[in-house]
Design a protein around this ligand. Structure first.
Ligand SMILES: [Zn+2]
Length: 496
C-alpha cells in the first residue's frame, strides 16, 4: 500500500506539480504566435482530461464509503469540506461523475458510463466540463419511451459534434436530435401542438402599443420564416431609413441594399416586426415575394423517402426548422412549398415546385443536399447562406452542383489566401463523405490541415454510424453475459 502512494507521487503528482509550477514561471515572450496558440490548446486539453481524472477519484471515494467514514454523509458534502468547494461546484462535479465516471456493480465489475461517448471525449481532452454538462442536459430530456439503441446513438452524435463545437452550440444541436428521436410525438404529438397553438394580442395600452405573445405550430413557423428572412433582411423595410428598399422586391439594387444594411441599427425583434408590417401592406403577397439570396421565398421542405414510407420523422426547412412529417405532407399538398424527397443514399428523387424561377432547380438541390452553411460547426441555415464555388483541385472550375456549396456571409469571409484564411475542397471518392465540401482550418487551429465536413445540418448521417457501433457493442455485451452465466453455472470446486 505504502509503495502505491509512493509510486503515484513519484510518477504522477510530483512531476505534475513541478510541470505546472514551471508553466507559471516560464517566460512566454519568446514564443511565436503559433507556439503560444499551440501551448494554450495543449493546456486546455490537459485541463479537460484532468476533469475526467476527477471522476475517477469521486468514484473511488464513494466506493470506499468515505462520506460516511468522514461523517460528512454525502459525497457532495465530502467534496465541499475536503476540497473547500462551493456548493454549486461540488454538485456539478458529482453530477458529472455520476453520468461520466466508471462505477462498479454489486460484484465489483466496472459498468460503462451512462454517457460513454461523452466520457471518452472528455478523457481525450476534446470536450470540457461545460460541453459534458450541456450534453447531459439534452440527454435528460429524451422521452422515456426512447429505445436504448436510439438513446446511445443520440449521445454518440452529440459527443461527436461537441468535439467541433462550443458548449453554447449543444442545446440547438440537441433540439434537432430530440426532434428526430421523437418523430412520432412521444414528447408532444400533433394534438398537443394544436392545443398549445395560439397568438394573443393584448389590450392596447395608453401609449398605443399592444403586447403580443403565443406559441406557433411548426407549419406556421415554416411559412413565416422565409418571409421574415426576406422582408426583414438588414436594410429592407427600415422605417428609420427613408432610402431603405421596400415595395418592389425583385428589383432591389444590390448596392443600394448593401448600403442600407450598413445603416441598419435595428434589432432582430425590430426587423421581424417591420417584416410582418411590410407583408401586410396592400399589394404584397408572400406568393409574389420572388427570391431571397437566389432562393424562392417560399417554404422549402426536404424529407427522406424512408421517412415518407413510414410516415414518421421530420422534414427540414431551408430556414433550419423542422416540421413533423404528417404536417409537412399536408403543407406539400397545397401549392406553396417546394418539396424535395431524397432516397436512402441522399439522391433527390422528386423536385416539386409550383412556380418557375431561373436556375432555381440547381439551387434547390443544393439547399436540399447541403441544408445550411457547410463550414464545420456553423449552424446558419440555408436561408442565411450564399452559393460558394469550391476550389477545385486540378480541374477547371465547372459551375455544376458538385462544385457549389452553401456558406453564410460570416464563414464565406473566412475563406481567403491571407494569414488565418480557411480553404475549401471537394472531397474525393476516397473520403468518407465524397462530393461534400471539406473545410481546412488555418494551421493555428488545425496543424494537420485535414479537411472536415459540417455535420450540424445532417444529424441523420451520423445516426447510422452510431447505431452500427451500438449494435456491435451490444453483441460484445451479450457475449460477456453468456460467459458470465456459464461461469456461474459451473460447480465451484474451490469452495469445498
Ligand atoms: Zn457559416
Amino acid at each position: 500500500m505504502r509503495s502505491d502512494i509512493d509510486t503515484l507521487r513519484q510518477r504522477v503528482t510530483d512531476p505534475l506539480e513541478t510541470a505546472v509550477a514551471e508553466l507559471l514561471d516560464t517566460p512566454l515572450t519568446g514564443l511565436t504566435d503559433d507556439d503560444l496558440i499551440h501551448a494554450m490548446q495543449k493546456i486546455e486539453q490537459v485541463t479537460r482530461t484532468l476533469a475526467a481524472v476527477g471522476h475517477r477519484f469521486i468514484v473511488e471515494a464513494s466506493d470506499r464509503s468515505l462520506p460516511s467514514h468522514t461523517g460528512t454523509g454525502t459525497i457532495k458534502k465530502f467534496l465541499t469540506q475536503t476540497l473547500r468547494l462551493s456548493n454549486a461546484d461540488a454538485g456539478a462535479r458529482v453530477a458529472a461523475a455520476t453520468s461520466l465516471g466508471v462505477w462498479h456493480d454489486m460484484c465489483g465489475e466496472p459498468v460503462e458510463p451512462r454517457l460513454p461517448a461523452t466520457a471518452a471525449a472528455q478523457a481525450d481532452g476534446a470536450i470540457s466540463a461545460d460541453h459534458a454538462r450541456a450534453i447531459a442536459a439534452v440527454m435528460k430530456r429524451t422521452p422515456g419511451s426512447t429505445r436504448d439503441a436510439d438513446f446511445q446513438a443520440a449521445e454518440h452524435i452529440l459527443a461527436t459534434l461537441a468535439r467541433n463545437s462550443t458548449p453554447d452550440d449543444i442545446p440547438e444541436i440537441g433540439e434537432n436530435i430530440l426532434a428526430r428521436l421523437d418523430p412520432d410525438g412521444h414528447l408532444t404529438d400533433d394534438l398537443d401542438r394544436q392545443r398549445m397553438r395560439g397568438i394573443t394580442i393584448g389590450r392596447q395600452r395608453a401609449d398605443g402599443m399592444s403586447p403580443i405573445r403565443g406559441e406557433i405550430t411548426p407549419t406556421l413557423r415554416a411559412l413565416l420564416d422565409p418571409v421574415v428572412a426576406k422582408l426583414g433582411r438588414p436594410g429592407m423595410n427600415n422605417p428609420e431609413d427613408p432610402d431603405s428598399p421596400c415595395g418592389d422586391y425583385e428589383s432591389v439594387d444590390r448596392d443600394v441594399l448593401a448600403a442600407a444594411a450598413r445603416r441598419d441599427n435595428r434589432s432582430a425583434a425590430h426587423r421581424t416586426h417591420d417584416a410582418v408590417l411590410a407583408l401586410l401592406q396592400p399589394g404584397v403577397s408572400p406568393n409574389r415575394l420572388g427570391s431571397h439570396r437566389g432562393l424562392p421565398v417560399s417554404t422549402i421542405l426536404t424529407m427522406s423517402v424512408a421517412d415518407v414510407e413510414k410516415a414518421a420523422g421530420v422534414a427540414t426547412t431551408a430556414t433550419g426548422g423542422t416540421v413533423p412529417l404528417p404536417e409537412a405532407l399536408r403543407l406539400a399538398e397545397q401549392s406553396q412549398p417546394f418539396l424535395m424527397v431524397f432516397n436512402h443514399d441522399g439522391v433527390p428523387l422528386h423536385l416539386g415546385k409550383t412556380k418557375r424561377l431561373a436556375s432555381a432547380e440547381q439551387r434547390m438541390a443544393l439547399i436540399a443536399a447541403v441544408r445550411g452553411c457547410s463550414r464545420p460547426g456553423c449552424n446558419a441555415p440555408a436561408s442565411l447562406c450564399a452559393i460558394h464555388h469550391v476550389t477545385e483541385w486540378g480541374k477547371g472550375g465547372a459551375t455544376d452542383i458538385g462544385n457549389e456549396t452553401l456558406a453564410c456571409d460570416r464563414c464565406h469571409a473566412m475563406i481567403h489566401d491571407g494569414p488565418g484564411g480557411w480553404k475549401t475542397v471537394v472531397l474525393g471518392p476516397e473520403s468518407k463523405y465524397p462530393g461534400r465540401t471539406g473545410w481546412i482550418a488555418p494551421p493555428h487551429i488545425d496543424p494537420s490541415q485535414t479537411p472536415a465536413v459540417n455535420h450540424r445540418h445532417h444529424p441523420g448521417e451520423l445516426l447510422a454510424e452510431a447505431l452500427a457501433r451500438v449494435h456491435a457493442r451490444r453483441e460484445l455485451d451479450r457475449q460477456h453475459h453468456r460467459e458470465w452465466l456459464q461461469r456461474l453455472q459451473q460447480p465451484s470446486g474451490d469452495a469445498a
